[in-house]
Design a protein around this ligand. Structure first.
Ligand SMILES: *Cc1c(COP(=O)(O)O)cnc(C)c1O
Length: 468
């Protein structure tokens, strides 16, 4: 075993990983990356088919981002936002505000930015701000939040309380605060309007009567009747990530947002995965004409280079924290690396690349390549559903596509398929029985084809021999 792999085995504890399984195999030790390719210490090459867990935008070792970080490094790596302003953080806040409040007059304007380190903290910030704002604006003494079934907002306890994936939370149930949930628009498993079981039409649904958004209306009405209207609705716009890449049908986000607004609730948009062009528009919310009160960003914000996050909000929320010092209306929250210069410099460079016409064009064509390639998976017996939004794809593997019968999680089908893909030089991670493909924007059509072929071969290998 490689000495670095040995050290890993001896000392590291990996996230979301059954370490007993981890210790059975020599891990792939990544040494370098170039574009969509990762290279390990043994010189083997792999395609980064999930953009390093949904973070990387323009590829590894990008010359413009590298240069921006190097330039910043000649000045300073970090100084505290507690007490001081700094150049890249100021510039980045202005850029983000401009993108979040385009001239299309989407309301409300998001003009304040609170920086933190990761998606979970971006959500904690939104949660705490919304909580205090609801109290201070007289909406509720005991603010409550409405969330969507299957949602994932991070692993710190506040973010985890907003999340609704049982498997991740059961062990911490006693630590979570109570949130309510409504059904997700999981069309493939919709209890009201089942998709037709025929392969080619699997993505066409029988007449949809929007029972799922009715449930949202009912939830808001019921909570109002209890005398404590919801402070905010929390949503992953257009597609739920960790739930298993579950896209929302067109119009869902617009509808539920209108319901929340009609009930006077705020909207917290978790765009940690969907932001920065992943779904086709710059921010996913805007594609449905929805402007949240809180926009939470992380993962791709630095192009996937450094841990950084931002929570954008409105003047109204900001104002509810203003007062005389002695009133202690201050937002008592912060992190050591808030507004970090290296991260902000990387983010500014990433925005430059993202806004270039070359990148916009490449994304559009890559999205089409991915769509075309994914078509080739429909004939596979164990492919139940193929879901794509922009450059995010989830392929749901099932025991029986006619009945949509899921595999038992204990069979580790997703994990085994991804291991078989890794043997073919393609790296990704499953969510249960859903295999995720999320190429960096720099991936070529050929690389996308290789990702999908590896998946096709891996499914055949693993599932034609289910006892393996
Ligand atoms: C990844 C993710 C988070 C959590 O972000 P971390 O940086 O891992 O803390 C929150 N929300 C969504 C939608 C995510 O995909």
């Amino acid at each position: 075993m490689h000495p670095l792999a040995k050290l890993d085995h001896r000392h590291l504890w990996h996230p979301f990983t059954q370490m007993r399984d981890w210790l059975k195999h020599e891990p792939i030790v990544i040494k370098s990356g170039q574009g969509a390719v990762l290279r390990d210490v043994k010189g083997r090459e792999y395609l980064d088919a999930n953009a390093s867990i949904w973070t990387n935008l323009h590829g590894h070792n990008h010359p413009k981002i590298n240069a921006a970080i190097r330039r910043q490094l000649t000045l300073i790596a970090h100084s505290s936002a507690l007490g001081f302003a700094n150049e890249p953080a100021s510039l980045l806040a202005a850029r983000l505000v401009k993108k979040a409040s385009p001239p299309s007059r989407l309301q409300p304007k998001l003009n304040k930015v609170f920086f933190s380190d990761n998606g979970s903290t971006a959500m904690e910030v939104a949660l705490k701000l919304a909580y205090e704002h609801a109290q201070r604006s007289g909406r509720s003494n005991r603010p409550r939040f409405l969330t969507i079934d299957g949602s994932y907002h991070g692993d710190t306890m506040g973010a985890a309380s907003l999340g609704q994936i049982g498997l991740f939370q059961n062990s911490f149930a006693g630590l979570r605060f109570k949130t309510d949930k409504v059904m997700a628009p999981y069309c493939y498993r919709c209890p009201f309007n089942r998709a037709k079981p025929e392969r080619a039409d699997a993505r066409e649904y029988r007449k949809c009567n929007w029972e799922c958004t009715d449930k949202v209306e009912h939830a808001f009405a019921a909570q109002k009747n209890r005398g404590n209207p919801y402070a905010a609705m929390v949503v992953e716009p257009l597609i739920q990530g960790a739930a298993g890449m579950i896209p929302q049908p067109k119009g869902w986000l617009r509808r539920v947002s209108a319901i929340a607004r009609n009930h006077g609730a705020q909207i917290i948009a978790d765009e940690v995965m969907t932001g920065f062009g992943r779904t086709g528009t710059f921010f996913a919310s805007h594609s449905e004409g929805v402007q949240p009160d809180f926009l939470c960003l992380a993962k791709g914000i630095t192009g996937g280079y450094l841990p950084m996050a931002a929570t954008l909000t409105t003047q109204a929320v900001f104002d509810s924290f203003l007062g005389e010092y002695a009133e202690f209306k201050t937002f008592f929250h912060g992190h050591s690396f808030t507004g970090n210069q290296l991260g902000a410099a990387a983010a500014l460079a990433s925005l430059d690349v993202l806004e270039s016409s070359a990148s916009i064009k490449a994304r559009r064509s890559l999205e089409q390549s991915l769509r075309t390639e994914l078509e080739s998976l429909w004939p596979l017996q164990h492919v139940g559903d193929i879901r794509q939004v922009g450059l995010i794809a989830g392929i749901e593997l099932v025991r029986n596509w006619r009945k949509r019968e899921p595999f038992d999680l204990r069979e580790r089908v997703g994990i085994r398929v991804c291991e078989a893909m890794a043997r073919r030089g393609v790296l990704t991670r499953p969510i249960g029985n859903v295999v995720v493909l999320m190429p960096p924007y720099c991936a070529s059509a050929t690389q996308v084809r290789r990702m999908v072929s590896a998946l096709r071969e891996a499914v055949s290998e693993v599932l034609s021999n289910p006892a393996a």
